[in-house]
Each structure stands twice: as C-alpha cells, then as structure tokens.
Design a protein around this ligand. Structure first.
Ligand code: HEC
Length: 195
C-alpha cells in the first residue's frame, strides 16, 4: 500500500504550535494531506501516461510539446481557487513555472539528500504555515527520474541531436539535463488554503 512506502517528514506539529493551532486541527491537516497526495499521484500518472503514449506513437521530439503544453495545462486543471498545483526543480527547464520558492528549494535539497542517503520509498513533505494571505497547507512530493525521462533529461549521450536542438530552441536557459535514473528530477508542489 502507498502509506507503508512513504517516508514522510511531518513538521506539522512544530508549525502548529507556532501558528497557535490546536490538536483538533491535526485531523483537518490530515485530510488536506490525503487530498494533495491523491492529486499529486493522479497528476504524475496522467502526465507520465500521456508522455509515454506520445513517445511511442510519434517519437521523442513531438513529446517535447506534450511536456510544454500538457504539463502546465494539467497543473492548471488540478488547481482551483483554494488549491495551487505546480512542478518545481532545483535545475528547472521552464524557468518561469519550474523555479522553486525558498521553501520549495529547501524541500528539494532535503529530497536530494534523502535520495543520496538511500531513503526508501516516496519522498514527501508536509508543512502548515501562515502568511498575510491566510493559513496554508503545503504538500510536496519528489518526482524521481525514470529511464524514460533520460531522452530529454539525461546526460549528453542519452539525448539525440534533434531533441537537443529542439530543447535549445524552446528553452535557451535549460538546466534540466545530466540526470541519472533514481535521481530526484523535481517535485509536485501543492498549496491549499485552509482559512
Ligand atoms: C520528450 C521530452 C521529455 C521527456 C521524455 C520528459 N520530459 Fe520532463 N520536461 C520536458 C520539457 C519540455 C519540460 C518543460 C515543460 C514546461 O515548459 O513547463 C519538462 C519539465 C519537467 C519538469 C518541471 C520542472 C522543470 O524542469 O521545468 C519536471 C519535474 C519533469 N519535466 C520531469 C520529468 C520526468 C520525471 C520525466 C520522466 C517520467 C520527464 N520529465 C520526461 C521534456 C521531457
């Protein structure tokens, strides 16, 4: 089952006391975590499925447009007035959408460390915080690099000349290459407004 594989780092309680929240809020936070976990899972599965299908039917070059169009569209589709879904990375390809905020950067650095230390299972982080806009539940889940990803995110020898040329044209500031299987490519980041 999903839960048994999850190596979660819950810092919710520490933040609760800071925010003056009560123990009763723990149930509320847990329901947000469940929701975000489900959304992240679905979002990643749908994206990977579309990507695989496109590569198989029309080749890697055409799949670049899938990543470019479908990924942001799906993120938007899973977002609503009180939920914001995005993908971030320490080495983003899309500098506008993929550059992490300070808290996301810290989480990604932690995920990298955990991956290097050989922590088993999916890597997640849950935090609750307050800002001028209200109280927020923030869920992050690491996205590992799979063999399929290497043809667009791998080392120079993994990426065809045509794909390299297309990527250079579409993403002149691309940093999202040089990955090996198992390394953390980025994370899904979901912020939900609690109140
Ligand atoms: C066909 C080429 C291609 C393949 C294969 C591919 N990607 Fe990407 N990836 C892209 C492109 C293009 C973008 C930029 C999308 C955008 O503009 O938002 C991207 C962006 C991302 C991002 C968002 C952060 C960033 O760097 O901008 C993540 C996370 C990501 N890819 C993970 C993966 C994973 C995991 C796999 C394998 C399951 C994968 N990608 C396979 C082309 C690819």
């Amino acid at each position: 089952m999903l839960n048994s594989n999850l190596k979660s780092l819950f810092i919710v309680l520490g933040v609760c006391s800071m925010a003056g929240s009560s123990w009763a809020d723990a149930d509320l936070y847990a329901s947000y975590t469940d929701d975000s976990r489900k959304v992240a899972q679905e979002f990643m599965q749908q994206l990977a499925g579309t990507l695989k299908q496109q590569i198989e039917s029309s080749g890697t070059e055409s799949a670049i447009s899938v990543c470019k169009e479908v990924a942001p569209a799906l993120a938007k589709q899973y977002s609503n007035d009180s939920r914001l879904v995005s993908r971030v990375s320490l080495k983003p390809r899309n500098q506008t959408l993929g550059t992490p905020k300070a808290d996301e950067r810290l989480a990604l650095q932690n995920f990298d460390r955990q991956q290097r230390d050989g922590t088993a299972g999916a890597l997640e982080l849950v935090t609750v915080y307050e800002d001028a806009g209200g109280e927020w539940h923030h869920y992050m889940r690491a996205i590992p690099t799979q063999p399929l990803c290497l043809q667009c995110h791998g080392k120079p020898e993994d990426i065809s000349a045509n794909v390299k040329a297309l990527l250079a044209k579409e993403y002149p500031a691309d940093q999202a290459v040089g990955y090996s299987p198992g390394e953390i490519r980025g994370a899904v980041s979901i912020r939900q407004k609690i109140r």
